[in-house]
Write a protein that binds this ligand. Sequence first.
Ligand SMILES: C[S@@+](CC[C@H](N)C(=O)[O-])C[C@H]1O[C@@H](n2cnc3c(N)ncnc32)[C@H](O)[C@@H]1O
Length: 565
Amino acid sequence: MTELKNIVSATNNQVEKSYSKSISLAHRKKFAQFFTPFQLASLMADWLLGNQNLKTVLEPAFGLGIFSRTLLNKKPELSIKAFEVDETIYFEAKEVFNEISQIKIQLENYMFNDWDNKYDGIICNPPYFKFHDYDNKTILNEIEKRLKIKLNGFTNLYTLFLLKSVSQLNLGGRLAYIVPSEFLNSDYGKLVKSALIKSKILRNIIVINFEENIFDDALTTACILLCSNDNNFHKVKFSIINKLDELEGMQSFISTYPANKIDGLTFPFSELDPEIKWRKYYQEQNGIRYKNLIPFSNVAKVVRGIATGSNEYFTFSKSKALQFGIDKKYLLPCICKAVDVKDNFFTTRKFNDLVNTDRQAFLFNAVGAKDEKVSNYIELGEKTGVDKKYLTACRTPWYSLENRPPAPVWVSVFNRSGLKFIRNEANISNLTTFHCIYPFQSGLFDNINIDVLFAYLMTDVAREIFEDNRREYGNGLQKFEPNDLNKAMMFDLALLDKNTEKKIMVLYKKYRETVINQSPDDTLLEGINQIFKNKYCQCSTATLTSNTQNYSSFPLKTAKNHHRF
Ligand SMILES: C[S@@+](CC[C@H](N)C(=O)[O-])C[C@H]1O[C@@H](n2cnc3c(N)ncnc32)[C@H](O)[C@@H]1O
């Protein structure tokens, strides 16, 4: 055995730092090369080393081998096999590990190799690639063929790495993966969570909730999954760490495993529901502090705004319309940019201001037009290839717009400061920068008064409850897909008595006026917030226990069994 070099005894990310300095960010992004901070790698290595029989280790996404360096530092006699698909980093890594015979690095795609080998330890920070950024069809076929599970076409590559590795664990073996926490709370994650529950090897999910991004340049939040292929612990523990120094607490889980203390965030497999967002298991849900909640989808439908396929071509300002001679009747009034909406009420006057300041405020909407200027503009689109774009190519004719009537309410899609709802009083269309909200105006449930609904949507308490269903990106960014909102909960406004409704409307109208007059009086909004909070507050304060309350256990009310307060 070769004498271990300094490189293995280094306890930092110097190798990765030098590499990142010398290689373009574009190249690193192409291969998803975001490196694991040493402290986290060390914790993960300790989990593997807790298996006293650890001899063979697999590193499926090697990079510069932070995991192997950490493992060999602690147990030099290990035998490690690694995969790396990028030649550039591979040759760099070969040089770093020069003559360290315990490691064999293969320049191959992990997803298509090594299916039949098993290991005592598997440790990985897999590449994060959305379904359109890798050959998802071929890889999903491979997974289907080998593991006999059918996955959602939107599945991110990192979860496929995970499922393959789970199948390669020896009896008694340990696995540690650091992955974005996205799958815990996303649709494509349901099948992955289900597979993890079935495998019965998941032991601890450590959600990393640092304020700053842990991976430079990557907009993700992360979690560490610790798995063990043993029969000792039939539960899953959720841990949250907010700062690096809280990692020490995790060390105690590792060193005492499997004789761990069962605390409030530990769940038997039978209690974990793969169909719901798992945030519920590790974060107190805002909704549980309130009573009489119903799904938002009972009162409204949320759909995304209009996607044109080429905003540059389809959006028009007044001067662009003049330049191309496009008549007003072929232009659809539309909000194109989030910055053009400053507050909660978008009036016709504000729309006219946008037009007069030459903002993009229209969409080309000229199907069936017999107009020379329109024909010229369509020809221009064909000459410049707009008709061949991903979305336009699927439409007939290619320049037709999605049929989406103006929505009474919009909601911003991607933000730092929480959801923002806008009352579309100008009755114009919107691009995907907002989702459309269409309150139901007739049907099984009581008709909702849109103004009462909107008054509610503007409150902090509504936002708080919606946030239970958010998706998170790093750096405090939140995102809501239309279905996240459809499935989120809200107060059952049909239970409000007429008097309370009246009080809310008085405050609402005053607030609206102050906004329109550009001196918003937030105390009025706070007044509305308080009314709602008082009406729907649970009397006893619920706390997050080992069996956190499931929303589905709230009795869903139909129009018939409503009780008024
Ligand atoms: C997120 S980085 C992690 C690197 C290192 N293990 C760490 O934690 O710092 C993922 C690495 O996997 C490599 N990679 C990407 N796709 C791969 C594949 N299909 N098979 C093997 N390696 C792959 C990338 O080039 C990159 O070096």
